[in-house]
Design a protein around this ligand. Structure first.
Ligand code: PLP
Length: 286
């Protein structure tokens, strides 16, 4: 049984209880982060801590926990749960007021709810999806307009995954005004003539921590990067396609809406980026 963290305490997972009035439960009024663990160490902890701070700020929530405390909790949970490869999930909600109300409660009397737990994924870097690549379908992006804030309102992305599953695929790329925004839980890329193309940052997509690292590594390796919109038709004609996220790292996409991409296996650019990302992340993990 896992040990989890709830509001300052380490407890058994079946003893961790949150109020039915918690605004995370009633209103999806909360934010989250997922930090990858490789070899028992945290990958890009700083990046996740900075994005958490930003998400909280955009929602007018005061961060209830310092970065040092947060790091200590992450490490303690990894250690107590013997996580070698996997991740740490963190969620902060606006807490549980005395009753349901649309208005935000007074933060002085309603403290935030802070929850962290680990997810162990032995052998995650050698997953079948990473070897074979994934298949995606395109769906309309019907999420709210502030996708740059990492909120826990994940209903539409969950529905997208189910639509993909029903179509015999692994994930969905979302499309708005004719252009791909991102995957349901990852950023989306295509490669054409060795150029890496991905949508520029805005409120339309989550500012992936893995995206930032991968684009930095790509530039350091003299690969060309172009941040611009692309369509599903352009993606179908691309030499390669891939996704990035803290849980999948860099993963090839081999089929889009039934059309094979490249040779139908992860391409050399995405494979190289995955190698660089995993090597460099392991080196600097803390
Ligand atoms: N885009 C969306 C919608 C996501 O949910 C995620 C991760 O959960 C990402 C992109 C990738 O972000 P990161 O690389 O920080 O995991």
């Amino acid at each position: 049984m896992r040990t989890v963290y709830l509001n300052g305490e380490y407890v058994a997972e079946n003893e961790a209880k949150v109020s039915i009035f918690d605004r995370g439960f009633l209103m999806a009024d909360g934010v989250y982060e997922v930090t990858s663990v490789l070899d028992g160490k945290l990958v890009d902890f700083d990046g996740h801590a900075v994005r958490l701070e930003r998400s909280l700020g955009e929602l007018g929530m005061k961060n209830p926990i310092t970065k040092d405390e947060l790091l200590a909790v992450h490490r303690e949970l990894v250690s107590r749960n013997d996580v070698v490869d996997g991740g740490v999930y963190l969620q902060i909600t606006r807490g549980a007021p005395a009753d349901r109300d649309f208005a935000f409660p007074d933060p002085e009397t309603t403290p935030c709810t802070v929850v962290l737990f680990t997810q162990s994924k032995p052998g995650v870097t050698e997953s079948p999806a990473s070897k074979a690549g994934i298949k995606v379908i395109s769906i309309a992006d019907e999420r709210w307009g502030r996708r740059d804030i990492k909120t826990v309102q994940l209903l539409y992305p969950s529905m997208g995954k189910m639509m993909a599953k029903a179509a015999g695929c692994d994930d969905a790329w979302m499309v708005e005004d004719g252009f791909v925004t991102e995957g349901t839980s990852n950023n989306a890329y295509i490669v054409k003539g060795n150029k890496i193309i991905t949508r520029a940052l805005s409120n339309d997509i989550l500012h992936g921590i893995t995206r930032a690292a991968v684009l930095r590594f790509a530039q350091e390796a003299q690969m060309e990067v172009e941040e611009r919109n692309f369509t599903i038709d352009e993606a179908k004609e691309a030499d390669e396609a891939f996704i990035t996220s803290a849980t999948m790292f860099v993963n090839g996409v081999v089929e889009i809406d039934g059309a094979q991409i490249g040779d139908g296996v992860p391409g050399h650019v995405s494979k190289r980026l995955r190698e660089i990302y995993l090597d460099e992340s392991r080196k600097v993990a803390i």
